[in-house]
Design a protein. Structure first.
Length: 190
């Protein structure tokens, strides 16, 4: 059932582990609309996107776009009012136990068999320190992803505030993710 309400069990899992995966979170019709917009970005990546894996010594014209990065709302601001966006804010607010707001969106795409690795990281390192345990990442795959296809990896390390990784995660597992699934993760700040 698309756009579920957060249950007490969802909140308890999130508080214990610092992340949660919500299966069938997005209505397939809404997901197709976002995919259609992002396909347009891919078709026009030279003018609508950046190459996150742009290698030193390679000219602008020679970029491989091993990781395409863009922001759909930069080109289609109406996506800020979309049903899936409103749901993610409401569901995330329920998990965090306080109102949250949307900061920005980011579209990342990797070509099959030649995309660059996205190394293990915590998103909070990119945000700055002013969020004070109020940051949340929401990840939504456009197609099914399994361990073979560079799966999303989740880690739970007890800190009393969700998860905290200093270098290599002490407990992590690659997880399969399906199109329309949402993965939400808390980002605590030391």
């Amino acid at each position: 059932m698309p756009y579920p309400k957060a249950t007490d069990a969802d909140s308890a899992f999130f508080q214990q582990h610092g992340w949660i995966a919500v299966t069938d979170a997005i209505d397939p019709v809404d997901l197709e609309e976002v995919i259609r917009r992002c396909d347009e970005i891919l078709a026009n990546k030279e003018t609508m996107a950046y190459d996150w894996a742009w290698e030193k010594g390679t000219s602008l014209e020679e970029r491989d776009f091993k990781i395409v990065q863009s922001s759909p709302t930069k080109f289609w601001p109406e996506l800020n009012r979309s049903r899936f966006r409103r749901w993610a804010i409401e569901f995330g607010s329920d998990l965090m136990g306080e109102p949250i707001e949307f900061w920005y969106d980011q579209f990342l795409a990797k070509p099959p068999a030649r995309g660059a690795a996205t190394l293990w990281h915590q998103d909070e390192g990119y945000w700055g320190r002013n969020l004070a345990d109020r940051g949340m990442t929401c990840w939504m795959p456009f197609h099914d992803v399994d361990e073979r296809k560079a799966a999303c990896t989740s880690s739970t390390v007890a800190t009393g505030m969700g998860f905290s990784i200093t270098s290599t995660p002490t407990t992590c597992r690659a997880t399969s993710c399906t199109a329309g699934q949402m993965r939400l993760g808390r980002s605590p700040f030391p």
